[in-house]
Design a protein around this ligand. Sequence first.
Ligand code: ADP
Length: 804
Amino acid sequence: MVMQPECLDTKMNSQSPTSPIILVLYGDDALLDWLRAQGCQPFLSHSLEHAPAEIAALRPDLIWLDIRWRSLDPLIELAAVCAEYAELPILVCALDEQIEAAFAAGAADVVTDSDPDSVRAARLKRLMQTRRRILAAQDDAEFHARRWQQAFARSPVVALLVDANTSEIVDVNAAAVRFYGFSADHLRSLRLRDLETTESHKLTRGTMRSYSHRLASGQTRDVKVFASPIDGIDRDLILMLIFDNTKRREAETAEIRQRTLAEALSHTAAALSSTLDMNTVLDRILQQAARVVPHEAGSVMLLRGSIARVVRSRGYTSLGNASAVNELRLDISKIRSFREVMATRMPIVIPDIREYSDWVTVQPTAWLCSHLCAPIRWGSRVIGFVNLDSAIPGHFTQTDADRVQALADQAAIAIRNAQLYRGIKKQAALLERRIQERTAELDAERGQLHAILDAMVEGVAFVESVPDTPVVDYPIRYVNEAMITLTGYSIEEWTANGQRLFKTPYASEHEYVAVLNKIHSAALEGKTWTGSYKMKRKDGSTFDAFETVTPVMRPDGSLIGIVSVLRDVSDEKALEQERMNFVANASHELRTPIANLKTRLYLARKQPEKLDEHLRVMEEVTGRMQRLVDDLLAISRFQRGTIELRRTMLQLHTTVMEIVALQIPEAERKQQSLTWQVDETPIIVYADAQRIHQVITNLLTNAINYTPVGGRIEVCVCRRVRDQTTYGVIEVKDNGLGISSDDLPYIFQPFYRVTSSVPGTGLGLSIARQIVELHSGFIEVVSSLGKGSAFSVWLPEGVEPHQP
Ligand code: ADP
């Protein structure tokens, strides 16, 4: 039976793995049956010539070849064919004498006619088993080959097969061709080190290493290489799986930079918000900018009008031009890069300033090649710039610009805060200075006020109004010196006792509180209160007090307290009394002569015969009245200060001697001794000769008048010093009536007369004292009743004319 290849195929497909296919060359049906009986599928070959094609089609498990009575040629021929099919075994049926030659020609086994069927069957079975093992092994090899194919050649992973010893690239896969851009043949002509840009490492098995590989395009890629040995091949090969790490590295770098930026921003925020000091803020901005975008030097500029000035810089010191940079003042309207930033309010990157038209090279930064400028934005305004410089062209990227911008945006807040803080600090310092100045002014004013208050003769006290406190308990916050002098109470006593010290010696507590309430009621209405009363001093003595109480109000009209001004009006009262006495006395003194005149006129009419006598008396009376009126007018003029002195340099000796000479007759009339004594050296005073004459005459006539007949009067002119002033002193001393100590204080008051036994007006001494005082001198008296008196007039010696 001859089978067509198609049929053979069909047969083959229906073949069971346990039914080995046997191609029989030169066999008969009996053999075929026997083989079937052995569980095989025998096919009878058409001829030796067809055998190769039949083998190729059938893929038999065994060739059965009968060479009995034939040559070995068919065996030799078949053996050649079978070698191509994984040593397809040939079971040869031979004669005994052919056995050896058959084995030599390629037979897998030989059976002879003498072999019983069982032996033949055993041999057939053994061969089939061997064949199955071989085929199984072959299938295995094919599977491995397919797997390798898939793992290596078709793998999407870039793979290189490299000689472990020579580093020659033995094979590459399609992914490698795509990755490197070289053809497979070109790659196979290279060594591994030809691809590496970094120093080559010895290949280590089973490790993952990082390299940088060169591509056909000239680019380099960061790769991770996993090297593993390929076992069982005569050459030591290493399978290298190449993973492109560039993207990952880029992603990692980007991620790191992003993280750095985030950290920098967070640090910046923390660092900037932790300080309000402008310089620290600016330093931190530059520090963080260096972290985010490495560069050689950087600066922060702030804008004032169109002038940008460097307020902080970093990195220029090492470049040797920090101070020049810090002094930079640039008009941004004249610089293109700034104009662009101002117009867009966005950062700009200038990769190479040589290619940037209109770049203004400023001397301190002549070295720079690339530049980044980010605006510091505040609202819609640009308040400054963050500038980064690098000597490397193309150093800055747009991403860098975005990052620096993020920083600049944060910096804007800090700068603004620092500016505000600086403003507030300045304001506070100004305020502080103003306060100090104002305090100093107030202190000065207070000092002045105290000086004024202390210089006042009136006592001043300030009483504070304290709500919900009885008026009498309002505290006294201030009393001036005069108040202490007037009352004799110390500040401490005023502070401790308060208003109770104002209490009059006569008023009861109840009455006093009533007056106080009245005063404070008036004060609450903003009214001034005045009152006169007798005030008691600490020592128990009293004085006439006149008090004026003025309220001190707040602008809202509420009462702060009251100021009490206390005046000692005792002298005024005494003067007033004096004035009243003067008028009464003058009236009295005038009434008497007028009454005399009236009487004499009446008598003259009644007694015309005694007209002469009456006229004489009337003349005398009129003369006295004349003198009295003259004296009154003189006193009035002295009191009003309208007396004008006609001063000349007066030699006291001469003046006094002239007066004494005039009075000698009167003294002689009373049989009094009138002697005088003068210093040898002349005493000159600058005085009104007529007035001094009047004074000495009055003293001398008084001495004569108030000294009995036969008395003694001495006039003495001498020089004396008192309180570092030299005076010319005229002393008139008598041993007459003398004046009692009770009268002595009053003898200089107008109209005061101790005795009426001697005629007089009681105005002489009063006028004398006023004249002497007008000459800046004074008049003294020492007297003892019944023993005599000594009046002395003290005039400053040689006083130069006083020019007002
Ligand atoms: P008059 O002498 O006109 O009375 P004066 O003012 O001169 O007025 O004197 C006032 C008074 O002083 C006299 O009235 C007299 O009582 C007293 N007096 C003045 N001088 C003497 C004196 N030398 N001896 C005693 N009493 C005198």
